[in-house]
Write a protein that binds this ligand. Structure first.
Ligand code: PMT
Length: 221
């Protein structure tokens, strides 16, 4: 099925890394599997795909454009450079909410830099999904994810509204769920609908997300 032929898709995937010094960083357990599954399904279904990925150990799918980034601010820059061209943006990346205020180009030493290493001040990173949610124009679809350990639906609905997304893919995390796994159990939350999917391989989850996206797209046009 080539139902995404002629459609441009932007996907963020993987974690971001926020440097502390030359050898240390803050990050999270995202493997990129969900984002890469989305890219793979979109390309198979005929879309032109830009995949903006944090550092992961995965090979990119064939026939897509990969932009590799490290920090949340790099990711935002790459997203902003490409967003105006795309029809559907999917933010599956686990972006670090905060970054160290100060970073050192050298390795901080355990003894002599104890103060700097034990009192790391954090500052808020830009919210990429909220930024493009606020920028989208008619016809563009913005899809986010919500990774939650509690109150899954309520938090997904809050993110849908706060970030002006058209759809939130909500997944429970923690206790070995979602981060780094091959399967995921998600709930698709849009303004008028909540649909719960069974636990599925991430490729199947990606299929269902694009089915829903195409349904939402047809109601936009
Ligand atoms: O990569 P895998 O190992 O396959 O794992 C997949 C996943 C668990 C990472 C994925 O399914 C997922 O849930 N991704 C979103 C993780 C996350 O950061 O969720 P959040 O609830 O903190 O953020 C909500 C949304 O805002 C997300 O779309 C996120 O990309 C976006 N966001 C968050 C913070 C920020 N500064 N900028 C953002 O764009």
């Amino acid at each position: 099925m080539k139902d995404l032929l002629g459609i441009k898709v932007l996907i963020t995937a993987g974690p971001t890394r926020e440097p502390i010094d030359a050898v240390r960083y803050l990050s999270n357990y995202s493997s990129g599997k969900m984002g890469y599954a989305l890219a793979s399904v979109a390309a198979q279904r005929g879309a032109e795909v830009v995949l903006i990925s944090g550092p992961v150990a995965l090979d990119p799918p064939q026939g897509i454009k990969l932009i590799s980034v490290v920090t949340a601010r790099d990711m935002l820059k790459a997203v902003e450079e490409n967003f105006s061209e795309v029809d559907i943006a999917l933010c599956s990346a686990a972006v670090a909410d905060y970054r160290p205020l100060q970073t050192s180009d050298r390795k901080l030493k355990k003894e002599s830099d104890r103060e700097a290493l034990t009192t790391i001040t954090l500052v808020e990173n830009p919210d990429i999904l909220a930024t493009i949610g606020a920028q989208k124009v008619g016809g563009q679809l913005v899809i986010g994810f919500a990774a939650e350990t509690e109150d899954l639906i309520e938090n997904a609905q809050k993110k849908l509204r706060a970030k002006h997304a058209d759809l939130i893919v909500a997944n429970e995390v923690g206790q070995g769920k979602a981060f780094g796994t091959d399967d995921d159990e998600v709930v698709l939350v849009s303004q008028n609908d909540i649909s719960r999917l069974p636990k599925l391989p991430k490729m199947k989850v990606a299929e269902a997300i694009f089915d829903k996206a195409m349904q939402l797209r047809s109601s936009l046009n």
